[in-house]
Design a protein around this ligand. Structure first.
Ligand code: FAD
Length: 368
């Protein structure tokens, strides 16, 4: 059986080349760099073959995500959004909606997922966006913020209140009442197309609604799970890029008559970076094994993977900057970008503190 991701890394190498820094500066990834892998199903490679996708395992998709993340965190962020949208549709939608949306996402359409609002960041239970039935239609009203990839997206999966519970709704950006406004000058992942999304009386057919009536936080947790694991694997990629740059520099650069790597305090930085990359890889592999075997532990393993990998990536990127010294003190250097990008990974998909609260709850319930 052919490997679903055969040739995917080579395609990414061809498309990204050495242009990630240029996109970071311009804040824009060229259309063909997004549409080419999207048309091959690579941005949501976990979509099963029955729905027109590649059917990659979580482990294989994760390693590919790390590879993309090692080349360009902005492209990896768009990939995370695409995969999360497909996952939300797969988990929350029915057979008709699977047939309606998933082949398009696996075939080149681009998607984003909008949870956050100005007053609902960590506390998503405060969201006020509403999805209201109106005859054979629904009307969506709300203001979403910081939606990754919304600037590029054809459709946005919007989460909102629905009756006494919640729902997600698939919103074409071309629908009347949808306005997408870019977040100006993000500090990292600058070309990931972050945007605020205004939904003013957006009228859609009722079959655009997914998972209608579920408890809000259950729906959010379901949809976020994919994003958390994808970000975690993206952090593995950041660590690999940093380790690679730091070890090359420490081998080649000489000070005090010796390569930097021979100075023990620099060697310790390299050991710490390798350790960080290995820790992050192992927790992500563990979580992906849970996804691939359908283990009930997969949700908590995913939170653990996200928490550990994001913290390791933020610390590891700072360590890499230290090893490179002034060589990394240029905007757009791979390690300088990693430093900015990695910090944001500690804020999103459940910040470090929110993940810690979930892990603490889990620890307490284990002890009971
Ligand atoms: P706040 O919730 O205001 O938190 C600020 C600080 O307080 C954080 O350190 C937080 O951990 C801490 N804190 C909050 N509550 C507690 C608590 N109870 N206990 C301890 N500490 C606490 N949203 C989307 O919907 N879709 C996207 O695609 C998306 N992409 C994003 C991409 C980027 C680069 C960024 C920066 C944000 C993105 N977001 C997205 C929004 C993101 O999910 C939120 O920024 C995140 O949930 C944190 O919310 P906040 O920024 O409002 O911080």
């Amino acid at each position: 059986m052919p490997e679903p991701l055969a040739g995917a890394r080579e395609l990414v190498d061809d498309l990204v080349g050495d242009r990630a820094a240029e996109w970071d500066r311009s804040g824009e990834i060229p259309d063909e760099v997004l549409r080419t892998p999207a048309a091959r199903g690579l941005l949501c490679a976990g979509v099963p073959a029955d729905f027109g996708g590649l059917g990659a395992t979580s482990a294989a998709n994760g390693e590919f995500t790390a590879y993309v993340g090692s080349r360009c965190s902005s492209l990896r962020s768009v990939m995370t959004s695409q995969g999360m949208a497909a996952w939300a549709i797969q988990r929350l939608g029915g057979p008709r909606q699977h047939a309606m949306y998933l082949p398009k996402l696996a075939g080149g359409q681009l998607a984003a997922v909008a949870f956050s609002e100005a007053e609902a960041g960590s506390d998503l239970s405060a969201m006020t966006t509403t999805i209201e039935p109106d005859g054979d239609a629904v009307v969506v009203r709300g203001r979403k913020v910081w939606t990754t990839a919304a600037h590029y997206a054809d459709v946005i999966v919007v989460v909102g209140r629905y009756g006494s519970g919640a729902a997600a709704v698939v919103v074409p950006v071309s629908a009347p009442g949808v306005t997408v406004r870019r977040v100006p000058l993000p500090s990292g992942c600058r070309a990931a197309g972050h945007a605020d999304v205004h939904l003013d009386e957006v009228r859609l057919p009722a079959d655009a609604v997914l998972g209608g009536g579920q408890p809000l936080m259950l729906l959010v947790t379901t949809a976020l799970a994919y994003g958390r694991l994808s970000v975690a694997w993206g952090c593995v990629g950041i660590l690999r890029a940093c380790l690679d740059a730091a070890r090359r520099h420490a081998r080649d650069r000489r000070q005090f008559g010796e390569p930097l790597a021979r100075h023990q305090l620099v060697a310790r930085h390299l050991a710490n970076l390798l350790t960080a990359e290995q820790i992050a890889t192992r927790v992500c592999e563990h979580a992906s094994r849970g996804w691939d075997s359908g283990s009930p532990d997969m949700v908590i393993a995913t939170v653990l993977a996200k928490q550990v990998s994001a913290v390791q990536a933020a610390q590891g990127a700072a360590t890499a900057v230290q090893v490179l010294g002034s060589a990394a003190a240029h905007e757009g250097h791979v390690v300088e970008r990693a430093y900015r990008d990695a910090k944001l990974m500690e804020l999103i998909e459940g910040s470090t503190e929110i993940c810690q609260l979930i892990l603490a709850d889990h620890a307490v319930s284990m002890a009971a």
